[in-house]
Design a protein around this ligand. Sequence first.
Ligand SMILES: *Cc1c(COP(=O)(O)O)cnc(C)c1O
Length: 386
Amino acid sequence: MKILANRMDLGFQKHQTEYEEAALRVLRSGWYILGKELQTFEEEFASYNATRSGEAEAVPFCCTGMTKSCDDTKVYSAGLASGLDALWIGIRMLGIGQGDEVIVQGNTYIASVMGITMNGATPIFVEPDENSQIDIDAIESSITDKTKAVMVVHLYGQVTDMTRVVEICKKHGLYLIEDCAQAHGAMWKGQKVGTFGDVGCFSFYPTKNMGAFGDAGAVIAHDPKFIDDIKTYRNYGSHKHYYNKVVGANSRLDEMQAALLKVRLKYMDEITNERRELAARYTSKIDNPKIITPVEVDNSYAVWHQYVIRCKNRDELIDYLNEKDIGSIIHYPVPPHLQEAYAYLGHHEGEYPITEEYANEVLSIPMYNGMTQEEQDYVIDALNNF
Ligand SMILES: *Cc1c(COP(=O)(O)O)cnc(C)c1O
């Protein structure tokens, strides 16, 4: 049996007619950028993220310094061209730039860090905890006079303890940025990620849980003025045709992607539930002392963008899985502080030992919507016999 690490075709096939109808509607509309599809998508995506589950408690969100009067039950959204744009534009609109520091976990995807450095700000790395999330105990000791924000990355679709992070941000007057590119619909105490801080940043890259059919992204926030400013910024800083308030960017989520994403959004609960079942099955059936399986921490609702195991003989395991035609991916082999692109930050090997250890041990095993029980059993058997 051949099993790919990820598949994007099955999710499309499951609701093929609806995707095709949406695409045709846009093609035939004669309108392709900044129209009704985007506007309705933004409303629906905001409302999806505002929805809380029964167990939600009022976790005071962090809205430091922006506006005193925003309502934390309301969520607004702006569609952008990618997840990276959501990060760098979100950070720029918070006024973070040259000379400022942003605390972020060391074991994240490069885009989280580029969102910071594209604004001239400096990433301050902290180590991950045993669950691959930011080590909250390490945040406070990294705060300096220059710290402006904490960026939490809900890595692999797992969830960080937002009660504690919000508390720290409030205590020190820091902005809170959430990178939710891997965590659409994930919750902490019944409240969706992306709604705890000043800005939640999403990617709809095709492999993400909520994938588009091309590049796409969005930000969410409680402050409508902040979202309006981002809508101006994404369109050359133009609030009105040919009148430019600020020097902006071209980062619009197009009508085609917005229409297709509205279909995907309708099925997000189905997508998430299926991934949660796959993850639960892996966790209950993988049984090999050489392999550490991930856990869903108390109070969290993980959406399992990846199912990431750890193994000391990781590279040997990859070869073994390859022989059995089982795909796997390393997320990520080189941590940002050791990337060539960030040589100028002056970090060195051994500086973040846990981050580096994870880079050598993590492995994402096959996980995709539409994966059959038979396929999953084949992977489980292989892992247990390693
Ligand atoms: C995918 C991803 C991004 C970037 O999203 P793009 O849409 O590819 O620009 C940012 N952060 C994390 C954690 C991601 O996984």
